[in-house]
Design a protein. Structure first.
Length: 381
């Protein structure tokens, strides 16, 4: 049976050969902990980690490499941000399109009467009016936190305009790039960011279990560390180091994961992010054009491909979407995701709560034949 993977918004299944080779090479020939010894393999591991920091700094046009902090995923990075910078009576502005990686830690602090949260509503197509952000600013507002693109609708949010609002009012500004890093150019400096959260296993083409955050100097200074412990530095002290990256990196890093992430970004740089974006948008256009001819299918969200990542949510008249997703996988080898995609407010925004949608998400390794096969299958069903 043919296999077609169309769940790239969750993770990119097919990694570049170089990612697998470099991770394997590290495990076979180095495989030591960085910063934990003066012997050769430990120093080589440390050099590889530093190379990854430099590559990420260049990739996102950020500040210094030590401001790149490695975590296990963007969820962990966002928890660091939310619980490390927000204190009693602070106010944060976010949107109705956020993932539970943002909603749940915010809700936890809100329920404990620590913070206030304003959720700015997007419209039924998942489009956000940036002017609504400014209207929510209060005297105690500290942070604006948004995703770059919705994992439900694929809609790209107006992050540049929101960055100008944050700068105008002297607020911390943070974005979640889970759905955009590796697809769109993201400039940390130009966007006036204080925090950029990224994950390795999606369009950065790295493995699961590696992610991170890039911090402005002011954010790094004021943000508390949630996890403290061994850092390989200042071991004579029971206090956590206050310098970067050690302030936020306790315990042994996922060094093979960092190596894989580095290799993924090197691959993206070799292909060109514009080429990747153009490929995915062309297939998105093919899919949207084809699906418009199929009866009983309703495509949700904006259809503006210039302001969208290649994610398409749909419903099908007369079908339970969980059953349909199972049928596509078991009978036709087409792998998609059904349900709420860990973003309940986004589904309330577009009117698909509580049943959710059937989500098709295209990636760099998706082919024209994959799209044709998916369309033919949906037509047949």
């Amino acid at each position: 049976m043919k296999e077609v993977y169309l769940d790239n918004a969750a993770t990119t299944r097919y990694k570049p050969k170089s990612v697998i080779e470099e991770m394997t090479e590290f495990m076979k020939n180095i495989n030591c902990s960085p910063g934990r010894g003066g012997y050769q393999c430990a120093m080589e591991a440390g050099r590889e980690i530093m190379k990854a920091r430099f590559i990420l700094t260049e990739f996102f046009n950020a500040g210094e490499p030590e401001n790149v902090i490695f975590t296990k995923n963007v969820t962990e990075s966002l928890n660091y941000l939310i619980k490390g910078i927000l204190t009693k009576n602070d106010h944060v502005i976010t949107t109705s399109l956020e993932h539970n990686a943002v909603l749940r830690p915010l809700n936890q602090l809100e329920e404990n009467n620590i913070i206030e949260v304003s959720y700015v509503e997007a419209d039924k197509k998942g489009i956000l009016n940036h002017e609504l952000i400014e209207k929510e600013i209060k005297e105690n507002t500290k942070l604006i936190l948004i995703n770059h693109a919705s994992n439900v609708t694929g809609t790209i949010l107006p992050i540049q305009e929101i960055g100008k609002i944050a700068e105008k009012h002297g607020l911390f500004y943070a974005i979640d790039t889970a759905q955009t890093a590796g697809i769109l150019d993201i400039d940390f400096t130009e966007l006036n960011l204080d925090f950029l959260g990224f994950t390795g296993h999606k369009s950065l083409l790295g493995p699961q279990g590696i992610g991170g955050m890039i911090l402005s100097d002011e954010m790094a200074e004021k943000m508390e560390s949630l996890i403290t412990g061994g850092s390989g530095s200042l071991s004579e002290s029971v206090k956590q180091p206050d310098f970067l990256p050690d302030k936020f990196e306790s315990g042994t890093l996922n060094t093979p994961g960092v190596i894989g992430l580095k290799a993924g970004i090197e691959y993206i740089n070799s292909v060109g992010i514009k080429a990747i974006h153009n490929h995915e948008i062309k297939l998105l256009e093919n899919f949207l054009n084809g699906i418009s001819d199929i009866n009983k299918i309703n495509v949700l969200g904006s259809l503006d491909i210039e302001n969208k990542v290649p994610t398409v949510p749909l419903t099908v008249q007369g079908y339970d979407l969980g059953d349909l997703g199972f049928k596509l996988a078991e009978e036709y080898g087409i792998m998609v995701r059904s349900g709420l995609h860990c973003a309940p407010l986004a589904h309330k925004t577009i009117g698909t709560f509580p049943q959710g949608t059937l989500r098709f998400s295209i990636g760099w390794h998706t082919t024209e034949e994959d799209i044709e096969y998916a369309l033919d299958t949906l037509t047949k069903i």
